[in-house]
Design a protein around this ligand. Structure first.
Ligand SMILES: Cc1cc2nc3c(=O)[nH]c(=O)nc-3n(C[C@H](O)[C@H](O)[C@H](O)COP(=O)(O)OP(=O)(O)OC[C@H]3O[C@@H](n4cnc5c(N)ncnc54)[C@H](O)[C@@H]3O)c2cc1C
Length: 375
């Protein structure tokens, strides 16, 4: 039976979602032991798809399943139970999760790392040609099934959209390169990056004959438009417009920000329910701005692990994830090269692509080793 924390030390820790931060928590448990008598992970998929290798798979530099992390293997090695299912609602006061299959899972302390949800058809409009990059597994499956597609529009001028435009222009397995248009929106190309990175990306888009449209996209019954001008004919529309908050976070009564993401403090704790933690894209830090990106989900993982260990021992969480002043971002250009961004600096070349490969593979191998028992 679960012992609620008001009756003593919490006993049952529930991880909801096997995202980039929760795999770091599982790694901590493998290395240092479970922090409590019982731990469970609730996840719809036994594996996590690492988004960093998806553009490289499209352009033929990786096999389809090279970027998978074995969440079930990590849970097994950590001594945690795994429940296959998707959180549909949390009753934070009863400390209970309901899954989409109607199963109920009780907890004393819970942590959310479920990422965001796709919003392409809500924001742009419905179209059978539209492929949202969220959920990423669904995106991979649709891309895998997609035959020749000579004219592709990519919507979204952030890092994901830019990398996908390059990857699709260099799409592997087809004789003729597709024509690609990148619809970056009125916010423009890579708005969160420095002007030197933007300039490098602009030059590369032009060199690879990718058309850049700096207008907002919209789909209606007549097709795809940008800034009121038709972009047809188009065979495939790929949307990389950022993710929305899952509805169940707000519906569960957890404190949320204006967009519906779980509002958390500097220790990743819900502002309304301190026995619930959240991390990664589903969460929104209220003490400072932490952008939604894989880098931050990855780096917040060990901090979350330490805080969960503290609360399971009946102590206050003390650790805070402080984003580095600058993070290195490596954007693949689909042709065996990549663009590096570090603060105001940018660089481009094959060596950047090799560095990206090294960093991505090191991350993946660490978890493969831990799940397989050699890490
Ligand atoms: C093509 C592409 C390329 C990208 N490249 C980069 C990059 O190079 N660098 C970078 O920093 N960021 C990149 N990103 C962004 C990055 O993928 C996300 O920011 C990151 O995945 C967020 O991690 P997360 O742990 O919050 O969630 P996720 O990685 O989305 O993991 C969430 C997990 O929770 C599961 N889940 C979902 N709903 C539920 C539920 N209701 N109940 C239980 N489990 C659930 C999901 O199945 C998933 O396994 C890229 C994104 C895409 C799509």
């Amino acid at each position: 039976m679960n012992m609620p924390s008001s009756h003593g030390k919490p006993e049952h820790l529930l991880l909801i979602g096997g995202g980039h931060a929760h795999v770091a928590v599982l790694a901590d448990w493998i290395r240092h032991g479970l922090p409590c008598p019982r731990a469970t992970i609730l996840t719809p998929s036994r594996q996590l798809r690492y988004s960093g290798t998806v553009p490289g798979w499209i352009s033929g530099h990786y096999n389809r399943d090279e970027g998978l992390v074995d969440v079930a293997g990590l849970a097994l090695r950590a001594g945690a139970s795994l429940v296959e299912g998707r959180c549909a609602l949390i009753d934070p006061d009863a400390r209970r999760v309901e899954t989409d299959a109607g199963e109920r899972v009780k907890f004393d302390i819970a942590s959310l790392d479920t990422g965001g949800v796709g919003q392409a058809s809500d924001v742009l409009g419905k179209d059978p040609r539209l492929i949202d990059i969220r959920p990423i597994q669904g995106f991979v499956e649709r891309m895998d099934a997609l035959g020749p597609s000579p004219r592709i529009a990519v919507i979204g001028g952030g890092a994901g959209g830019v990398e996908l435009a390059f990857a699709l222009r260099n799409r592997a397995g087809f004789e003729k390169k597709p024509q690609v248009a990148l619809v970056a929106g009125t916010a423009g190309l890579l708005p969160e990056f420095s002007s030197s990175v933007r300039k490098t990306a602009l030059e590369e888009l032009s060199r690879q004959s990718i058309v850049l449209v700096q207008e907002d996209a919209r789909i209606d019954e007549n097709g795809l438009y940008a800034g009121g001008e038709p972009l047809e004919p188009v065979d495939t529309i790929v949307a990389a417009i950022g993710s929305a908050a899952p509805d169940w976070v707000k519906a569960s009564g957890l404190a949320v920000d204006e967009a519906g993401f779980a509002a958390i403090d500097q220790h990743q704790r819900s502002l309304s329910h301190p026995h619930i933690f959240a991390v990664g894209d589903v969460a929104a830090r209220q003490d400072r701005h932490v952008p939604h990106s894989g880098v931050h989900a990855v780096f917040a993982g060990p901090v979350l692990a330490a805080n969960l260990r503290a609360v399971m021992a009946g102590r206050q969480p003390r650790e805070t994830y402080v984003p580095r002043w600058n993070n290195i971002y490596l954007l693949s250009t689909g042709d065996g090269r990549a663009i590096a961004s570090y603060g105001r600096l940018s660089a481009k070349g094959r060596w950047v692509s090799r560095l990206k490969h090294f960093i991505d593979m090191r991350w993946l191998r660490k978890y493969a080793g831990l799940a397989g028992g050699s890490g």
